[in-house]
Design a protein around this ligand. Structure first.
Ligand code: PEP
Ligand code: MN
Length: 326
């Protein structure tokens, strides 16, 4: 983060010019001394890189200096993760992480592991513990599902990803998965982030329903601070106006993470859409904005699915995304 100090009487002009240069600014503070009145602007790392001299030359700018980033570990973390020999992240081929919302039975997860492996997935993702909006919804088969999930993934040479919703389950999950998922509902849980980080596994970090970019980055920072080797951010749609979908896919934040921060970000079109018919176009939009892969829900018998049935793609629909078989 860079701080730009401007003369207070020129602050509006300075801000206007900085924004014109492509800098994303917010007012930080105002300082009044006997000698002068200054306004400080914070220029976030989400900005286009602009040389120092170009900023210093703006009329009305008094000084500029670099301030410590609030998320130095995120800034410095590796941009790729390698799961069972396959690399995901910045610069790697777009990755497909797929599977059912819930692991429902041993047969179901074996069928779907085969189906997604045949269509280019690098990792099988399925929920063993389900964070449901309704307390009466299917809550997952827990550790039994974890065992089925891991066996199915191994049988089809896939990496394994699952979500943990409680600190209690982190050790059991970490013992068998290649990457732990933190979901939208728990992104703000400091205790969970601490426990997941301490498991020292790469983490797929979903964005909470209304989290700001900074809150999301700081959740990533917490994971790294507590021991996670790397974080893949995952945009899954945020709360917005009613739009005929479950959420609003924020393709802008994907572009900012990918292009301004150079961070690995995946797109989850399934939870953004909530409906099968627009999952593929939203996945393409996320990839076009800079996502390094897609996290998508798949079911071969959606009418039997115990959670998120309307948004599950049929296995053949995955082929529209054209992921080459690894
Ligand atoms: C899920 O991945 O199945 C899930 C519950 O997602 P989210 O945390 O994005 O709602
Ligand atoms: Mn789901």
């Amino acid at each position: 983060m860079r701080i730009v100090l401007a003369r207070a009487d020129r602050a509006n002009d300075v801000e206007h010019v900085l924004r014109g240069l492509g800098l994303w600014t917010r007012r930080h503070s105002t300082t009044v001394t006997a000698a002068a009145e200054h306004v400080a602007f914070a220029v976030t790392n989400s900005s286009t890189p602009v040389p120092r001299e170009a900023i210093a030359a703006v009329s009305g700018v008094v000084a500029l200096f670099d301030a410590d980033s609030l998320h130095p570990l995120v800034d410095a973390m590796p941009r790729t993760v390698t799961l069972r020999g396959r690399t995901l992240g910045v610069g790697a081929a777009p990755a497909l992480v797929a599977g059912p919302c819930s692991v429902e039975s041993e047969e179901q997860i074996h069928r779907l592991a085969g189906a997604v492996a045949a269509r280019g997935a690098v990792a099988l993702r399925g929920g063993a513990w389900k964070p449901r909006t309704s307390p009466r919804g299917f809550q997952g088969h827990g550790e039994t599902a974890l065992r089925w999930l891991a066996q199915a993934a191994r049988a089809h040479d896939l990496a394994v990803v699952t979500e943990v919703i409680s600190e209690r389950d982190v050790d059991a999950a970490a013992a068998v998965v290649d990457m732990l998922q933190v979901g939208a509902r728990t992104m703000h849980s400091g205790a969970l982030l601490r426990a997941v980080g301490a498991a020292k596994k790469p983490v797929l970090l979903k964005r909470a329903f209304a989290a700001t970019l900074e809150e999301w980055l700081l959740a990533g920072e917490a994971l790294l601070l507590h021991g996670a080797p790397s974080v893949l951010f995952c945009e899954r749609g945020v709360r917005g106006p009613e739009n005929g979908m479950r959420n609003v896919l924020d393709v802008g934040v994907i572009a900012v993470l990918a292009h301004a921060h150079g961070l690995p970000v995946l797109v989850d079109p399934s939870h953004a859409a909530g409906r099968r018919d627009v999952v593929v176009p939203l996945a393409r939009a996320g990839l076009a904005a800079g996502a390094c892969g897609v996290v998508v829900e798949v079911h071969d018998r959606p009418h039997e699915a115990l959670s998120d049935a309307p948004q599950a793609l049929l296995p053949d629909e995955l082929s529209a995304l054209a992921f080459p078989r690894p």
